[in-house]
Design a protein around this ligand. Structure first.
Ligand code: ATP
Ligand code: MG
Length: 752
């Protein structure tokens, strides 16, 4: 492979970045300008032209999906597997380090990763034990507080109680929480990063080993690094010292910083050249956008121009103007979904691929009506984020069995399954166990065993708990069996499958299928393993001469699988490559691109989110706007933006108004589509754009959805929904000047 293959597909500025000779390079550029492409080509350049060993390269991306994509692209370019290159997310890399150096990190060997739900459960439990009123102090706030501290690298000891006034209890909860996690071998997501950072700080021999090992660190989506990630990079790269040989190469876009709410700091882009000061540094700007049509790009530029604190970048395209953006005003979220689906069907009829289509939304809860409509019309789709595979209750139950089997200290797992499926162990029994565990300062499992022996439980409770204990003992990992066989056994013998299968509903059926899918996932894991783990093992072989490094003991497959599941949550759904519509939140769409994009729910309070509207300082509104910029710039050819006049979300139906972001797009770029006439089929409104003659009237035969009506006070409007019959019949009308209202049909006196 020669130079030309690496640099020919790049423009001048991109080449300059790829071949940069500076020790620290910052590529600062807008969406779709080729930042990720540059990063990938840079790696190829290093390996092929500068003869850097893949073993000395670390590349950090934002999601597992992005990491997989990057690995794929590098392999394509290099035409060789990149097994021993470290490519992963901050969390993934931190996790691997902690697994390898668990002793130095002061962890137990088989520590478990807990997700946000488990974390909340532990926080609740601690607050309950401490007698804190969770009405006055929502546990979720305390959980946020703990994570925020960790994201900023702060342990309890570093916090000043005086600054907490009447909220000092939060420090106590944080302290107790840390104690509990340490005792039971639990590690939450924020802890992964903080621990890995402390590993550098407290174990110089480990740090030195990795500083010698790596010569190049590359980071994508740099604008979203939080304090602890930034500090971790800085220490690893040796930039906290007077001199270092490490080369850092980061790419980012201040306009796409969308994780401020999780502690990410745009300032890091500004500080980079100052903080990473060893040797020479260079900033490269890319200004040509290769992704979107002229109209889409202009819309994105117009929206983001409303933000104040920007580093300032120009973005232009050679591409034609393309089609106008479509803005669809729907009656409600069902109508919105029907519109989106109708457009998708058109796209497919015209030969478009399903996987080139994305439906994006601000909150995961918005996926539901879209899913409903897609299912109804038989269009295959895949949801990223939201209730993701490994997040589903039945999957988490099964994983909790595995966790407890692997580690009896795992209190969070025990709490989850001690009475799932139901086996007659009530809250009271659990409270007794919890209380005793607290007094004895030990885990729930050991406490339960002792309580039974000491007759500390009622005879009935003791029998039930004993049964549970026997079950877990019986399920003990058998190394002779493959992972998939073990998982099958656990799912069956725990009666989880039977428990869910008993119920005769689609949902129950889906749960059973999910449990089967877990077995498949285990099978795949048996076959393929985890690429990063393989990289570690090979690296160990290569590095065996390195003094001071601990050897990596491969974990047993079950523990590996559990770690994989915890980190992968949601990103490992089945049939990743099946041609299907992609549904995801705007946050998860970062870095991706699609030919046809639907931005749905562009309504005040939904997007921008209502919390941002209440933030008078304005920082959060700007973050919402950046999110909108991210959304718009995902589209290559066509962009549809939808909003509804009324929306039922979280069970409440509310009137809504178009997002202010829509008004920030020049009218000349937009074609407005108004939902005019619909037909009704059952309870679901389906859009019909062909002609008014295709209306079907509702069962009462009087009014029908899509009918034009007029009201004495509210004036002209269109019927958008119907409910009830006879004297109870209600009708929802979208009035031209008064928004959408529900009216009793027999008193509204509507003229047709
Ligand atoms: P984002 O900010 O959304 O992460 P990005 O800056 O990382 O975007 P890429 O995803 O690397 O941009 O590139 C956007 C699209 O433009 C991709 O499809 C990429 O292949 C294409 N592209 C980038 N540079 C060139 C080029 N020089 N010639 C042709 N296509 C290019
Ligand atoms: Mg990118």
């Amino acid at each position: 492979m020669d130079i030309s293959q690496i640099i020919d597909p790049l423009n001048k500025a991109q080449r300059q970045a790829v071949c940069s000779e500076a020790q620290n390079t910052l590529v600062l550029a807008g969406a779709g300008s080729g930042k990720t492409r540059v990063l990938v080509h840079r790696i190829a350049w290093l390996v092929q032209i500068e003869n850097v060993s893949p073993y000395s390269i670390m590349a950090v991306t934002f999601t597992n999906k992005a990491a997989g994509e990057m690995r794929f692209r590098i392999e394509n370019l290099l035409k060789t597997p990149t097994r021993n290159m470290w490519v992963g997310t901050f969390h993934g890399l931190a996790h691997r380090l902690l697994r390898t150096h668990w002793k130095d990190a002061k962890l137990v060997e088989n520590f478990q990763i807990i997700d946000s739900d488990d974390q909340l459960r532990l926080v609740k439990r601690i607050m309950k034990e401490m007698g804190i009123d969770d009405k006055k102090h929502p546990p979720r706030e305390v959980q946020w507080f703990i994570n925020e501290c960790k994201d900023n690298g702060l342990r309890v000891a570093q916090l000043n109680p005086r600054e907490f006034h009447n909220r000092e209890f939060m420090l106590d909860v944080y302290f107790q929480y840390e104690e509990l996690c340490q005792r039971t071998g639990m590690v939450d997501f924020a802890e992964l990063l903080l621990r890995a950072h402390e590993l550098w700080l407290h174990q110089p021999h480990v740090l030195k080993h990795y500083q010698q090992r790596f010569s190049h660190i590359l980071v994508d989506e740099f604008q979203d690094t939080n304090t602890i990630q930034y500090a971790w990079l800085k220490v690893l790269s040796g930039n906290n010292l007077p001199a270092t040989h490490m080369n850092t190469f980061v790419v980012g876009d201040d306009d796409q910083s969308i994780y401020g709410w999780r502690g990410a700091k745009i300032e890091h882009i500004r500080e980079f050249t100052h903080d990473f000061k060893a040797g020479t540094s260079e900033t490269v700007r890319l200004e040509q956008n290769y992704r979107s049509t002229g109209n889409i790009l202009e819309a994105a530029n117009s929206v983001i121009a409303n933000n104040s604190e920007r580093l300032g970048k120009e973005l232009w395209t050679d591409d034609s103007e393309g089609e106008l953006l479509q803005v669809y005003k729907a009656f409600n979220e069902i109508d919105e979904a029907a519109y989106v689906c109708g457009q998708i069907e058109k796209w497919i009829e015209n030969g478009g691929k399903r996987s080139d289509v994305a439906i994006l939304y601000r909150s995961n809860a918005q996926s539901q009506p879209h899913e409903y409509e897609l299912v109804k019309r038989g269009v295959p789709y895949r949801v990223y984020g939201g209730l993701r595979f490994y997040d589903r209750a039945e999957i988490k139950d099964a994983l909790a069995y595995m966790r407890l089997i692997a580690n009896r200290q795992d209190d969070a797992a025990l709490e989850r399954i001690i009475n799932t499926p139901t086996r007659g162990i009530g809250q009271r029994t659990l409270d007794i166990i919890r209380q005793a565990a607290k007094e004895k300062q030990q885990n729930l499992w050991q406490t339960a065993v002792e309580l039974i022996a000491d007759k500390g439980l009622s005879a009935r409770a003791a029998t039930s708990v004993q049964k549970f204990i026997d079950l877990i003992e019986e399920l003990q990992i058998d190394d002779e069996l493959s992972l998939a066989e073990q998982v099958t056994h656990i799912v069956e013998a725990s009666f989880l499958k039977e428990f869910h299968g008993k119920e005769n509903s689609d949902r129950a059926q889906a749960k059973v299928e999910n449990l089967d899918e877990l077995v498949n996932a285990a099978k795949r894991f048996d076959d393929e393993g985890d690429p990063l783990l393989d990289a570690m093992i090979e690296a160990k072989d290569e590095a065996s001469a390195n003094a001071g490094s601990e050897s990596l003991q491969p974990l047993n497959p079950m523990a590996e699988f559990l770690a994989h599941a915890a980190l992968e949550a949601g990103e490992g759904q089945a049939d990743e490559w099946e041609d299907c519509i992609q549904l995801m939140s705007l946050h998860s769409a970062k870095g991706l691109e699609f030919e046809l994009v639907f931005l749905s729910g562009l309504e005040q309070g939904l997007f921008p989110h209502k919390n941002a509207l209440q933030d008078y300082v304005g920082g959060r509104l700007e973050e919402e706007r950046r999110l909108c910029y991210v959304g718009i710039t995902r589209a290559r050819q066509q962009l549809h933006m939808t909003h509804a006049e009324s929306r039922t979300i979280y069970g409440r139906s509310e009137l809504s108004y178009p997002s202010q972001f829509l008004s920030e797009i020049p009218a000349s770029l937009v074609s407005q589509v108004r939902a005019v006439q619909n037909s009704i089929s059952g309870k679901h409104v389906t859009r019909n754009t062909s002609s008014s003659s295709s209306f079907a009237s509702d069962d009462d035969g009087e009014v029908y959805i899509g009918q034009g009506v007029s009201h004495k006070k509210f004036g002209e409007g269109i019927v958008v929904d119907l409910e009830g019959t006879g004297a109870r019949a209600r009708v929802q009308v979208s009035f031209d000047n008064y928004g959408t209202r529900w009216l009793m049909l027999n008193i509204a006196n509507l003229a047709t």
